[in-house]
Design a protein around this ligand. Structure first.
Ligand SMILES: [Cu+2]
Length: 286
């Protein structure tokens, strides 16, 4: 049936059916997607939980918009399919004031809303805009006056090592963190560009030589997490991964004491703790 033969009530019925299908599909599929496609592991840290919220908000806006297009195409293909031997062209449409107004208002509200949400999320305490990065614009917020635990992440071809400046500048190839405390990562590199990516904690920070890149995270429960390099850094980049652990505070103190004993014979060969280190000349692209 071609739509120029449709009466006004028929058109309204089609519109109502289409809207009903779209609303039901959105109401069912949007929560299913948000619940079953979580990115990254929700609940492991304040960052991971925040990213889960951000993804959820974006999904809640994007999925109904995609379904609007898909449902419209599907409805038109089923409802207005022509079966006869002769294909009739439908009537031409020359704009529709009401529809245009709805389109402008809805898209403006969506974009303005996402802009406001994004601005709030980037300036909120602990968010990407508060005290993080190589040259932070705003000071970091510290919770309840407890000072953060600084942990330096040093990238080099092809592994990460970690220094704990408040524990005598101890350097170790393993990353262990206490939970419930603000961790202040200082990410840098000894040679080429790397990227420190602690997936389950929701942390990803560039590791560049000569740069002190700050990233905060508060692990919120014990467990393991993957550490990967997320920046192509040479032939063994793909093997630059390790496993980190989040543990209780007493377990963390025991681990630190054990690491200090283990590395004690070599610790005095290390340079003093610094924001960044100058690599030997041969490793500066030599
Ligand atoms: Cu790499």
């Amino acid at each position: 049936m071609s739509s120029d033969k449709q009466s006004q009530p028929e058109r309204h019925r089609d519109l109502l059916w289409f809207l009903l299908i779209w609303v039901v599909a959105s109401a069912v599929l949007t929560p299913l997607y948000i619940i079953f496609v979580p990115l990254p592991a929700n609940g492991n840290s304040n960052d991971a939980t925040g990213q889960h919220l951000d993804n959820g908000v974006l999904d809640a806006v994007a999925i109904p918009a995609v379904l609007l297009v898909v449902c419209f195409l599907a409805y038109a293909m089923v409802r207005f399919r022509q079966t006869g031997p002769e294909i009739e062209e439908g009537p031409r449409v020359y704009g529709h004031r009401g529809l245009q107004n709805v389109w402008i208002v809805v898209t403006s509200v969506l974009v303005t809303g996402l802009f406001a949400f994004g601005t709030w999320r980037i300036l909120a305490p602990g968010a990407a805009g508060s005290g993080q990065g190589a040259n932070p614009l705003s000071p970091a917020s510290t919770k309840g006056g407890v000072s953060p635990l600084p942990v330096q992440v040093i990238g080099q071809q092809w592994q990460f090592t970690y220094r704990y400046p408040t524990y005598g500048g101890l350097e170790t190839p393993r990353l262990v963190l206490p939970y419930g405390r603000v961790i202040e990562f200082h990410v840098t590199s000894l040679d080429v560009i790397h990227s420190f990516w602690a997936y389950e904690l929701g942390v990803k920070a560039d590791a560049n030589p000569g740069v002190d890149n700050v990233a905060y995270v508060t692990p919120t429960r014990p467990g393991g997490f993957d550490v990967r390099c997320a920046e192509l850094c040479g032939i063994w980049h793909g093997y630059m991964f390790a496993r980190g652990r989040v543990v209780t505070r007493p377990a963390f103190e025991r681990w630190i004491a054990q690491q200090k004993r283990f590395f004690e014979p070599v610790t005095h060969y290390l340079p003093p703790y610094s924001d960044s280190y100058l690599p030997p000349p041969l490793r500066r692209g030599g």
